[in-house]
Design a protein around this ligand. Structure first.
Ligand SMILES: [Zn+2]
Length: 610
């Protein structure tokens, strides 16, 4: 499996990183006991079952079953080969790999092609005559060199098929070019550049590899679309892409939150204003998958859409989606005078903008303010309706201190007594409890929903992938002892014990080979040298937190449990045969099988007595 990279090097890379640090780039981990837990990046879940064990340097998801060491994590996450993963971990640990085993960062044709296309567009924009139009436009939009560099912005020239010629020159095959979505095919099967005369924004996946583009029209020709996105491909799934996500994740560690914007230009303006944790969905409304991606990184999300009515309305919708998902701490920024972030920064400057982000409303504040706008509060009749509705919003809160805070605020603002609002609140809460009881499990999540509360049942997950280790605790325990204790190993060998399951038997055999050829055989290195399909058993055993001490008596008991299991399954088989024989009234066969059954029962009885 390790391929061309010397084992010594792999070992060096591994021992220089902490798996917790590597995985933290993708998943927000929380320390629970001796483990770290977080939301699984490989399947969607509501409560964290993704576990990282720092001592053992292993991860395992108890929901979907994926597990392994630090190399395996990146292989799953970024679809890398083993050497690619070692290379990436080495980069993370600032270890220079020398020698010819260092393959390019990515061997995936499509990823390489997008990297080349990104560089091409970027190069055209900054250094060519053909790119001048684009550069002029970028300058008009106040994009500095630093911005163009940071976001790798480029320009797709007006002339036809420059990208096509460039990529063919790099020996990409037409099939791959077509699959990339960067080209359109004419009726007679010829390829043409899809993007022309557009400012190009590369769209990256979670790890920052470019997987698609969004091209902004720079001409005034309103007959063509303002934005064109790459079509959906195997790599590029719009509902799972967030502009600037891989960079924003890093910034979120310092800034303490992610800021969600409506478009790329907002993310870029915010970046100029020093807010580097900005992201944007792809010109469509937010999807559940995107919300899940965010949840894995941080629970603190600030939403900052345009300050005009459609923008605020969209903010309301997004806020409700986050509430429905549960577990978020949402802040909402509403910029004055209907400004979008770009306009705001131009008008009021960067510092003021940062203050707006810091002073984001809580969702309750936001909803109460929205509500107040719907009524004429100078009219007593409308004011009463408003106060009733406001109490409904507050009644959804689960924290009594929070409730008190908003009751107080509203009482003061509207000149009514706090006591009367409180009385209404209690009535409303009683009403809701009754309603929920009647609705039972079909609790209606129509909004505003209770804040930070998770009422929906967990989504059923796919069956664990490699649950063998979890399913067969006896063999797992014996294998664990076989690997971790020379005493146990020798004892089992002396007893000529064979693992009944072929996967376990194979692992025992591989461990013998591995430990004979290594001075300090380590379980983590062992994992890289065994076939993929056997790794799950090892990871499960390691993550099961088994005691290292044992007695020979324990081993005997485990072995005898395996024997019993074998006898039982043999008995079941014989009973089936017996039924068949009876149906056919085959007397000779009936006697033969009964004899066998009795023999087995005798052995079983002895064992049980023992
Ligand atoms: Zn999982």
């Amino acid at each position: 499996m390790a391929g061309l990279i010397p084992e010594k090097v792999i070992e060096k890379v591994r021992s220089n990183v902490n798996i917790v640090d590597v995985i933290s780039q993708y998943v927000s981990l929380e320390k629970k006991g001796k483990d770290y837990i977080g939301l699984c990046p490989f399947h969607q879940e509501k409560t964290p079952s993704f576990t990282v064990n720092e001592d053992k340097q292993f991860f395992k998801c108890f929901g979907c079953g994926k597990g392994g060491n630090v190399f395996k994590f990146l292989m799953y996450k970024d679809n890398l080969t083993f050497p690619e993963s070692v290379k990436q971990v080495a980069e993370f640990a600032h270890i220079k790999l020398s020698g010819n085993f260092t393959k390019p960062k990515v061997s995936n044709t499509m990823t390489l092609m997008f990297q080349d296309a990104t560089e091409f567009y970027h190069h055209v924009l900054l250094t060519t005559n053909a790119g001048r139009r684009g550069l002029r436009y970028a300058r008009e939009r106040k994009m500095s060199d630093e911005i163009l560099e940071h976001f790798q912005i480029g320009y797709a020239p007006k002339q036809d098929n420059l990208l096509l010629t460039f990529l063919r020159g790099r020996n990409y095959k037409d099939d791959d070019l077509f699959r990339s979505g960067l080209f359109v095919e004419s009726k007679d099967g010829r390829l043409f550049d899809r993007f022309r005369d557009r400012l190009m924004f590369p769209l990256g996946n979670e790890s920052g590899y470019v997987i698609g583009f969004s091209g902004r029209r720079i001409s005034n020709d309103k007959t063509v679309a303002k934005y064109i996105n790459s079509p959906e491909t195997k790599l590029f799934n719009k509902s799972k892409v967030l502009f600037n996500f891989s960079e924003a994740k890093k910034a979120a560690k310092q800034e303490g939150h992610l800021v969600l914007y409506e478009g790329y230009m907002d993310v870029i303006s915010a970046y100029k204003a020093g807010v580097k944790s900005g992201i944007a969905s792809m010109g469509t409304s937010l999807t559940d998958q995107q919300i899940y991606m965010l949840k894995r990184v941080t629970k603190n999300i600030i939403i900052n859409y345009d300050g005009d009515e459609p923008g605020v309305h969209a903010e309301e919708r997004a806020t409700k989606m986050f509430q429905k998902a549960g577990g978020f701490n949402i802040g909402v920024v509403v910029l004055p005078d209907g400004l979008d972030p770009d306009e705001y920064v131009k008008k009021y400057g960067t510092e003021k903008y940062q203050d707006e982000v810091k002073g984001a409303f809580t969702t309750t504040d936001f909803f109460l303010k929205r509500l107040a706008k719907k009524y004429n509060l100078n009219n007593d009749r409308e004011k009463i309706v408003y106060l009733d509705e406001a109490v409904k919003v507050i009644a959804k809160l689960t924290n009594p201190v929070e409730q008190d805070l908003y009751i107080d605020k509203i009482a003061k603002a509207q000149g009514v007594s706090k006591a009367s609002l409180k009385a209404n609140l209690i009535k409303q809460q009683r009403r809701e409890r009754t309603a929920n009881r009647h609705k039972g499990s079909n609790y209606d999540n129509s909004l505003p929903t209770p804040e930070l509360q998770d009422l929906t049942p967990p989504t059923p997950t796919d069956a664990p992938e490699d649950e063998k280790g979890d399913r067969d605790p006896v063999q797992t325990r014996l294998l664990y002892l076989f690997i971790h204790s020379t005493h146990a190993k020798n004892y089992l060998l002396k007893k000529k014990f064979l693992f009944p399951d072929k996967d376990y038997a194979k692992l025992a055999e591989l461990w013998l080979k591995f430990s004979e050829s290594h001075e300090n055989p380590e379980i983590n290195s062992f994992l890289d040298f065994i076939p993929e399909e056997l790794q799950g058993i090892i990871v499960s055993a390691e993550m099961a937190d088994m005691p290292d001490d044992f007695t020979e008596n324990e081993i005997d008991e485990q072995i005898s449990a395996l024997h019993m299991r074998k006898i039982n399954s043999k008995l079941d088989e014989l009973k089936n045969q017996l039924n068949d024989a009876r149906r056919k009234t085959d007397t000779e066969e009936i006697i033969k099988i009964t004899q066998k059954i009795l023999n087995l029962k005798r052995i079983q009885g002895k064992k049980e007595a023992f």
